[in-house]
Design a protein around this ligand. Sequence first.
Ligand code: CMP
Ligand code: FE2
Length: 279
Amino acid sequence: MLKDAVHYSVAEGEPVRLVQLTDPHLFADPEGQLLGVNTTQSLQAVLNTFMASQYPANLLLATGDISQDYSPESYQHFVNKVQALNLPCHYLPGNHDDPRLMAVRMQGEHVFGQQLIVIGKWIILMLDSTVLGKPGGYMGEKQFALIDAAIKAYPDKHALLVMHHNPILMDCAWLDQHCMMNGSDFLARTSRYPQVKGVLWGHVHQQVDKLHIGPHGEIPLMATPSTCIQFKPLSSYFALDQLQPGYRLLELAGDGSIRTNVYRVPGNRFSPDNEASGY
Ligand SMILES: Nc1ncnc2c1ncn2[C@@H]1O[C@@H]2COP(=O)(O)O[C@H]2[C@H]1O
Ligand SMILES: [Fe+2]
């Protein structure tokens, strides 16, 4: 686990700059649609918006649900698109992914599936919260062991924990049945480490910026819009939002603080089918 760590440096005094993309739900067929949105085109629009910003990111984090149809081609399409950014891309699996297929197909000069990233004054842990064959998640003991080992190996670094599933409830009954089942245990256990300075996920297809109050202070809890369809916040039944696809930028400072913002594709090109009741 730790021997697979990927190391990067940043210039003295500079923050670690990240871009997060999540839940692209790609198909083998580039014309494939999820509830009326062409997911290949919406991902490309997100990438174009990010590239136009000229943000000097160090890394791209892709937080799962890369595929909607479990096809090898969907992973290949993702790799082809992100290679164009010329940035190292680190990925983790979501409930719609096939981790074995991902390991085989998510290959490229700048594409990595290793779980530990060491960069500047930070470590980033790419955790696997998936449960085979289930939409909901669970953080298993192997992942807790990885967190423990990484923090013990790099005690002077701040830690960002990244995964697919939400460790807090969204107050959306239909979606909350698919949350990280041991999310409160996860936050209680990980916030005991003073090094843990942020938790970041995907899955909920909406922005979350909250704080967890741990024994060592406030820990930012962050979730990010999907690059395709958006779920309506605070809806007990399945409902889509008209907000456009988006991404998140993060600046991890040397003092352990995080500056972050969500950005969306301008206009209203990506409007989903409002009558949809699920997928
Ligand atoms: N109407 C629905 N009720 C409950 N779960 C759903 C519904 N529609 C889709 N889902 C599942 O809920 C998941 C939430 O986000 P995902 O992208 O993982 O994929 C979604 C589906 O697997
Ligand atoms: Fe998703």
